[in-house]
Design a protein around this ligand. Structure first.
Ligand SMILES: C[C@H](O)[C@H](O)[C@H]1CNC2=NC(N)=NC(=O)C2=N1
Length: 97
């Protein structure tokens, strides 16, 4: 598992991303991905699931039609770790291609 980041490290990591916001309690980051249709949304989820398996870190997410709502946290650490930011960056790359 990956250790919980300090508030300073978390804020610095968040500043490297765009489109992700810190959840109110500071223990998770979230982003809403909106695609052109369900097929694109589900293709993203399939690719992101493979990335999550590779990293060994998994999203909390939901899908409604062409929208995928993602929340990332490190359950084992009770907050945000480097793995959340690694997975967020991987998801951004997948959504952009
Ligand atoms: C043993 C295994 O690495 C852990 O259970 C991992 C798997 N994926 C995980 N994903 C997330 N988001 N949080 C975790 O704490 C977590 N733990």
């Amino acid at each position: 598992m990956s250790a919980k980041l300090t508030a300073e490290a978390r804020d610095a990591a968040l500043a490297q991303l765009s489109g992700w916001t810190l959840r109110d309690d500071g223990t998770a980051i979230g982003r809403r991905f909106v695609f052109t249709d369900f097929s694109e949304a589900f293709a993203f989820m399939t690719r992101a699931a493979l990335a999550a398996e590779r990293i060994g870190h998994h999203p909390d997410w939901s899908n409604s039609y062409r929208t995928v709502e993602v929340s990332l946290t490190t359950h084992d650490a009770g907050g945000l770790s480097e793995l959340d930011f690694e997975l967020a960056a991987a998801m951004d790359r997948i959504a952009a291609r």
